[in-house]
Ligand binder design. Structure first.
Ligand code: ADP
Ligand code: ADP
Length: 225
């Protein structure tokens, strides 16, 4: 489960080709890093996989199923953002449970699942805190728990570590990798950092100007850091 395939997928903004007919295959259970300079089309690619952005051309397959015209919820992917996007007035428990509210689960079910997810990211003791009472790394764990509560096969992360200080960044990247392996999920992680891709990825994809310039194991396409 969790394979992702793009077939000649493009996104045009007026006449500008933000993503220009890319072909991409991410096997289920891989940790994929998407790299490249600012403006090369990484976020647009991620948003098209999630279904937050319509494709202009081409197809998107999840587990060999064509999902190009499906909504984000129907696709069963989860997205996690740089700024965490937590609700400041809701407790951590309610922030995590929120994903299930939309799915129509009872409050008892939502809270039971939220507690379980909070334990998974080592934040069980913080269920009643507000996001503002937490450190950056802790808020990121809550955002991850919120993304995982819908049991996605594919998790899409847009520069999830870039708001953290360097010490926390290294620690959180270990936690991301260990969670991805433990749960057997596919992660597609946008980053500017080759070092991050080296530490995390089984598959690194380097984009440039809307196209894929290189792809492979980071050992094979980058110099060791
Ligand atoms: P990256 O994530 O690699 O920094 P993006 O995917 O955000 O790149 O953007 C790719 C290109 O598409 C950039 O030139 C950007 O300015 C353009 N772009 C992104 N979103 C929009 C939009 N909503 N409207 C117009 N142009 C956009
Ligand atoms: P990134 O962190 O990926 O580089 P940006 O800061 O470039 O993202 O873009 C943030 C938001 O602005 C995105 O939702 C993107 O779609 C939108 N955007 C980016 N470039 C343009 C553009 N040229 N015109 C309109 N919207 C844009």
């Amino acid at each position: 489960a969790g394979s992702v395939e793009l077939i000649k997928t493009s996104k045009f903004y007026d006449s500008h080709r933000a993503v220009d007919g890319i072909n991409l295959k991410v096997p289920g259970g891989s940790y994929c890093c998407l790299l490249g300079p600012s403006g090369c089309g990484k976020s647009t690619t991620l948003r098209m996989i999630a279904g937050h952005e319509e494709v202009s051309d081409g197809d998107i397959l999840l587990d060999n199923r064509n999902v190009t015209s499906l909504s984000p919820r129907q696709r069963g992917t989860a997205m996690m953002f740089q700024n965490y996007a937590l609700f400041p007035h809701l407790s951590c428990r309610d922030n995590v449970a929120y994903g299930l509210k939309i799915a129509g689960k009872s409050k008892a079910e939502r809270y039971r699942a939220a507690e379980e997810m909070l334990e998974l990211v080592n934040m069980g003791a913080f269920a009643d805190k507000l996001p503002g009472q937490l450190s950056g790394g802790q808020q990121q764990r809550i955002a991850l728990a919120r993304a995982l509560i819908c049991r996605p096969d594919v998790v899409l992360l847009d520069e999830p570590l870039s708001a953290l200080d360097p010490f926390l960044r290294v620690r959180m990247r270990k936690e991301l990798k260990s969670l991805q392996q433990q749960l057997g999920l596919t992660f597609i992680h946008v980053t500017h950092s080759q070092e991050e891709a080296f530490a995390l990825a089984d598959l690194a994809i380097v984009m440039s100007d809307g196209r894929i310039e290189q792809s492979g194991h980071p050992r094979h396409i980058f110099e060791a850091p």
